[in-house]
Design a protein around this ligand. Structure first.
Ligand SMILES: NC(=O)c1ccc[n+]([C@@H]2O[C@H](COP(=O)([O-])OP(=O)(O)OC[C@H]3O[C@@H](n4cnc5c(N)ncnc54)[C@H](O)[C@@H]3O)[C@@H](O)[C@H]2O)c1
Ligand SMILES: O=C(O)[C@H](O)COP(=O)(O)O
Length: 599
């Protein structure tokens, strides 16, 4: 079939009432959040998700103590249920009534929690940094956004690290207990000095670098190990980045500041303790799991490790008879790193803003399990986000019943360099459009790739690099579904796939190609596609059938192969025509096939 010419008839103009609101309240360079509202529908989903029933106030379960300022923010927007010390069973029972959950490190947000929520839970807010207590894979599979509060407790944690370092070196806790027991043991509690000693900071992130800065102020020689930290950031505060073995072999003191991941789990173990300088002292305000605690007891007993100061433990609280806790050379605190008045107020505000934003459909800057796309990129892509979802919706509705959708090709034509166009959001929205009309699954930026994979849909992406100046990020987007039959034969392109193509014109998404026919219809309301033999009066005939039923036509366009040959008419309608009206359109003699598609 030859490429068609296109005639466009704009019957009545639609106003563009889309608005983009941006809020970027956090002091992070990549911070962004975006919401998209259109007056044509009460609350359009946004980049992340539509929360069902947002007309009613959402419910937020706060499962661990949160600062007042954060609670106040939450209460302005949601019903807030503060229920602390819930058992896992109680949490699973309550969660089915909640749209958001806020926890600190003491609550395990397991797969069972997401399953028990039966899709209602949209956001988990971790009021702090470490998200090792949240099953991220399960959250993603359930389309639940996880956000954290990564900055507000940094200084508190660093200060606690320094407090433990100094207290350990001078036996403060042991000496205090001894004095309170009525003793006066000045010789027993002679300490070691910090000045001039080498401190190895393991994990040179937010907390690690603040610890390093403070330790430099105490006159320590600071080295750091972090495979992902930029050397110039370390150099800027006079810290040398070294390899793992060099760090642990050189250090008089080791301070741990990495996250708990499969790679850091039990990073300090019998083997690595054996490589350390005899008499090394260890501080851990990161996560208990980065140390093999049994191995640490052995290293303390053998004298390889002279002392340890620990704020975090593999199991919290640790067993009362834990050899590690009871060890004379161990100073222990009950996970107090983030526990200052200031940090807890800051964390509470940071997490409340992130959770409220996410419930409103904004994508939080602190999203842990969703792509982080800079705000300016998202702003620019916003009309294409809408286009992408609608093309996905149209394409899947063109598939004939019984044909399984397995292979989808998305093509972006753009004058941008390939690495200058981030298509993750567009792909997610096409996936949403493809899957939501044919299932009860709720798809968002968080779970789009997972959901497509789970349903056996392979989505490949291709670029057409256009010449010219790349003013708009994308010239057109094509969605093709291969190996399927269509309810509308004309949607099958020359190469045998269902094909729809769209562009953004004046900020509004338009359908510009169906199969091999050029059309031009604004993607708002719904669409009737109609193949006919091109002849005078067809627009009038179809228009009058719709008019009789009071269905408002917003756009009409006819794409034809050649005058008086086959043509495809695309008609935008504001209301859904009745079956009877659609039947009447089908009965117009020149109409060969037609299909009604909901957007
Ligand atoms: N005790 C507390 O109350 C408390 C308070 C805040 C943070 N924390 C914990 O402290 C840790 C650090 O927090 P942050 O805010 O600095 O996080 P961060 O993400 O800013 O820094 C972590 C750093 O660890 C590095 N890293 C990752 N894998 C590593 C590895 N294998 N070896 C060495 N470095 C590695 C990363 O590159 C990153 O620079 C986290 O585990 C967090 O949960 C504890
Ligand atoms: O990762 C964190 O932010 C700290 O470990 C603090 O945890 P908490 O919120 O339970 O004090």
């Amino acid at each position: 079939m030859a490429t068609a010419h296109s005639q466009t008839l704009r019957i009545s103009s639609l106003s563009s009432s889309s608005s983009l609101s941006l809020s970027s309240k956090l002091p992070l360079s990549s911070a962004f959040s975006v919401s998209f509202r259109s007056s044509r529908r009460a609350s359009r989903p946004l980049v992340v998700f539509v929360s069902a029933g947002l007309d009613a106030k959402p419910t937020v379960l706060v499962a661990e103590k949160l600062g007042e300022a954060g609670l106040k923010l939450l209460k302005e927007f949601a019903n807030v249920d503060c229920s602390y010390n819930l058992s896992p069973e109680e949490l699973c029972t309550k969660i089915s009534l909640c749209d958001a959950l806020i926890v600190r490190s003491g609550t395990k947000v397991t797969r069972e929690v997401f399953e028990s929520s039966a899709g209602r839970l949209k956001v988990v807010g971790r009021a702090g940094v470490g998200i090792d207590n949240v099953d991220l894979a399960a959250a993603t599979e359930h389309g639940c956004l996880v956000v954290n509060a990564p900055t507000a407790n940094t200084v508190a944690a660093a200060e606690h690290g320094i407090a433990l370092l100094a207290a350990m070196a001078r036996n403060v806790a042991q000496a205090d207990a001894s004095v309170k027991a009525g003793k006066w043991q000045r010789n027993k509690y002679v300490g070691v000095s910090l000045v001039g000693k080498t401190l190895a900071v393991m994990g040179f992130g937010k907390v690690g670098s603040e610890v390093a800065r403070r330790a430099k102020g105490l006159g320590m020689n600071v080295i750091a190990h972090d495979p992902y930290a930029p050397a110039d950031r370390a150099r800027a505060i006079g810290v040398e980045l070294v390899g793992f073995d060099e760090a642990i072999a050189t250090a008089d003191f080791i301070s741990l500041h990495m996250p708990l991941t499969p790679a850091t789990n039990k990073m300090l173990n019998d083997e690595t303790f054996a490589k350390m300088k005899k008499g090394v002292r260890i501080v851990n305000v990161a996560r208990g799991g980065v140390i093999d605690e049994d191995a640490l007891v052995r290293a303390l007993d053998s004298g390889i490790v002279a002392q340890a100061a620990l704020d975090v433990f593999t199991v919290e609280p640790p067993p009362k008879d834990s050899k590690l806790i009871m060890h004379e050379q161990v100073t222990a605190t009950p996970h107090l790193g983030a526990s200052t008045m200031e940090a807890q107020e800051g964390v509470a505000i940071e997490i409340a803003e992130a959770v409220v934003g996410a419930l409103k459909g904004e994508l939080a800057s602190t999203a842990v399990n969703a792509p982080m796309v800079p705000s300016e990129v998202l702003t620019e892509l916003q009309p294409y986000v809408d286009l992408a979802e609608k093309l996905g919706r149209l394409a899947v509705q063109l598939v004939a019943g019984g044909s399984g959708v397995k292979t989808v090709k998305v093509t972006y034509a753009s004058a941008r360099a390939p690495d200058d166009l981030d298509t993750r959001v567009l792909r997610a929205m096409i996936t949403k459009g493809l899957i939501e009309p044919i299932s009860s699954v709720f798809v968002n930026l968080v779970n789009a790739d997972f959901t497509a994979k789970q349903r056996g849909i392979r989505i490949t992406e291709e670029r057409i690099i256009l010449d010219g100046s790349p003013e708009s990020p994308v010239e057109f987007v094509q969605v093709q579904i291969a190996n399927v039959e269509s309810r509308f034969a004309s949607a099958i392109s020359d190469s045998g796939e269902i094909k729809v193509e769209g562009r953004v014109k004046d900020g509004i998404p338009h359908l510009t190609k169906v199969g091999s026919f050029d059309v031009d219809v604004s993607l708002e309301g719904s669409i009737i596609l109609c193949r006919q033999v091109d002849q005078p009066g067809m627009i009038g005939k179809v228009g009058s059938v719709l008019g009789q039923e009071n269905v408002n036509v917003s756009f009409m366009s006819v794409g034809r192969i050649a005058p008086r040959k086959q043509a495809v008419m695309a008609i935008g309608v504001d209301e859904q025509p009745s079956k009877d009206t659609l039947k009447k359109i089908g009965e117009i003699p020149a109409v060969e096939e037609f299909v009604f598609l909901k957007l």
